[in-house]
Design a protein around this ligand. Structure first.
Ligand code: ASP
Length: 292
């Protein structure tokens, strides 16, 4: 039995508004996940528990407190993956409290990898998830303010409107050396209805294999183009986690991909890096908690 348990979480790679609320949400999430790992629980249970806490913490852009799309609706994306290559995801799901748990159900209860839209909601209801309105006053206010600034050529300039990345993610390694990743997002502010970001796309926002796991946050279209999470895990197969993070972020920067990445390799080494203004993160390793 391996003893090297660890968990890391991020709260998005945008600016650090409300740092205290961010820090306390992240601390609570990793502590809950770590407790599961300490008691011999699985990395999958640990990242789901951490992600649920973050989805329920309104400051983050995931679950309750997700950003609104252009027409004022909340459409959420989420995914989970394990180092055994199991994967499950939901795209543009509405009216559920914890998209991450629906993603896990897709992974465990179906033969599919990704369910989207109305039918993802129907699946969630079929699996017993009730109605929940994830809209908050705070995010509605941001939406109103930003929408007022929209110009007619907005569609080609969405990058200029989206400096507030607040997706959440968690990566854990359990006593058996299994790695799991969870990523959940309300997408980017003012996106077109129906837009799916990097979060539920395997290899883009989330990836894990026997070498480790990674979760990305930032400009989803660019993260998808450059398969940032897969790239980080692939580098972790060849070099220490810190160096793998540096290589990935250098690559992202070279191609104008604004993002942040967290990860753990199979030894429990931490990867935590970003090329955006800031990124909120927190991890527990060897029983010690560190945060941004
Ligand atoms: N990556 C997310 C998306 O583009 C946004 C974020 O990280 O907050 O959907």
């Amino acid at each position: 039995m391996r003893k090297r348990i660890a968990i890391i979480a991020h709260g998005g790679a945008g600016g650090l508004n409300y740092p205290r609320r961010r820090k306390s949400g992240l601390n609570k999430a990793v502590k809950a996940g770590y407790e599961i790992l300490r008691q011999g629980g699985s990395s999958l249970d640990a990242v789901e528990a951490a992600a649920i806490i973050l989805e329920d913490t309104k400051i983050f852009n995931a679950g309750t407190g997700s950003y609104f799309n252009l027409t004022g609706d909340v459409e959420m994306d989420a995914s989970v993956m394990t180092s055994e290559l199991n994967f499950g995801a939901v795209g543009i799901i509405r009216d559920v409290r914890n998209p991450i748990s629906v993603a896990r159900m897709v992974m465990e209860k179906t033969d599919h990898l990704l369910l989207c839209g109305e039918n993802a909601i129907k699946f969630a209801r079929f699996m017993g998830m009730g109605y929940h309105d994830p809209k908050t006053k705070e995010k509605e206010h941001i939406w109103r303010r930003k929408k007022a600034k929209c110009e007619s050529n907005y569609f080609k300039k969405i990058g200029d409107f989206t400096d507030l990345y607040g997706t959440i993610g968690a990566v854990a390694i359990d006593q058996h050396g299994l790695v799991a990743v969870a990523t959940s997002s309300g997408g980017i502010n003012l996106r077109l209805p129906g837009r799916v970001g990097d979060t539920p796309v395997i290899g883009a926002g989330t990836y894990a294999d026997r070498h480790g796991g990674a979760s990305a946050t930032g400009h989803g279209e660019q993260i998808m183009r450059h398969l940032i999470a897969l790239r980080a895990v692939t580098f972790m197969a060849k070099m220490p986690a810190k160096q793998a993070g540096k290589k990935t972020i250098d690559y992202a920067t070279k191609f104008g991909c604004r993002c942040g990445i967290i990860g753990l390799n199979k030894k429990g080494e931490v990867l935590c890096i970003n090329n955006t203004k800031a990124m909120s993160w927190c991890y527990i390793k060897n029983g010690r908690l560190r945060s941004f």
